[in-house]
Design a protein around this ligand. Structure first.
Ligand code: FE2
Length: 227
């Protein structure tokens, strides 16, 4: 007998190395951003720079080297999908930091305004919470909602595995980067480490350099007409 798994969701994980002195500089810069924004009570929700006025982090020259290293991994992701990057202009549309204190987390959301998203773990103490991906479009769901976690609790499903799960968690080590389609719903597990967890996230837009003859990808914005 042989089992075939078709139509996957492809997540790429790689490692980016940076000098410890550089890590310290970037961590301090992010902590300063959060401190400037200290008049809100974030309670159980992590501080996310994208909604606090810090959504263009890679314009900050301190983050230039890191953004270049991340670009190479993004291109590898596109190549994994066999997308011809020679035909594309690739842009960081937004980039920001998240700072998660103890017991904080981030609820499920998507970045549906872009194509590809990533998270790089600049500071990731052990136990500070993984990233959880969720799908509402399960190819194997032979009866509606048969694979939600409550069915597992009620013993209808013997064991969660890749064939029958609507979610999956990656709890990666510091300096890992994870890349995924922006439309994929994701959340973070609560930080249980008593130390802050810092990630750098970003959204990438791709467009055709020349759109002549192509229907499906965004035409280059240099050809758009503003009104
Ligand atoms: Fe996100």
């Amino acid at each position: 007998m042989k089992i075939f798994n078709l139509f996957p969701l492809t997540i790429l994980k790689d490692t980016i190395s940076i000098k410890e002195t550089d890590r310290e500089i970037l961590v301090n810069e992010i902590k300063k951003m959060k401190q400037k924004d200290n008049n809100e009570n974030y309670s159980s929700y992590a501080w996310t720079g994208d909604t606090k006025g810090y959504e263009f982090l890679f314009e900050n020259k301190l983050f230039k080297d890191l953004s270049k290293k991340i670009s190479n991994v993004i291109l590898e992701y596109l190549k994994t999908l066999e997308i011809n990057t020679d035909l594309l202009d690739v842009y960081y549309q937004r980039s920001w930091a998240t700072l998660t204190e103890n017991e904080q987390s981030i609820n499920f959301h998507t970045h549906s305004q872009s194509n590809i998203s990533f998270a790089y773990y600049l500071l990731k103490p052990e136990g500070s919470g993984g990233i959880i991906f969720r799908s509402s479009d399960l190819q194997n769901e032979i009866a509606k909602n048969i694979f939600t976690s409550s069915k597992l609790e009620k013993s209808l499903i013997n064991k969660a595995n890749a064939y029958n799960s609507d979610r999956s968690m990656f709890d990666l080590e510091q300096d890992s980067i994870i890349i995924f389609p922006s439309k994929t719903a994701h959340a973070t597990a609560p930080n249980k480490s008593n130390q802050p967890r810092i990630s750098i996230s970003g959204d990438i837009s791709i467009m055709l350099k020349e759109s002549k003859g192509y229907e499906h990808l965004m035409p280059n914005f240099k050809n758009w007409t503003k009104f």
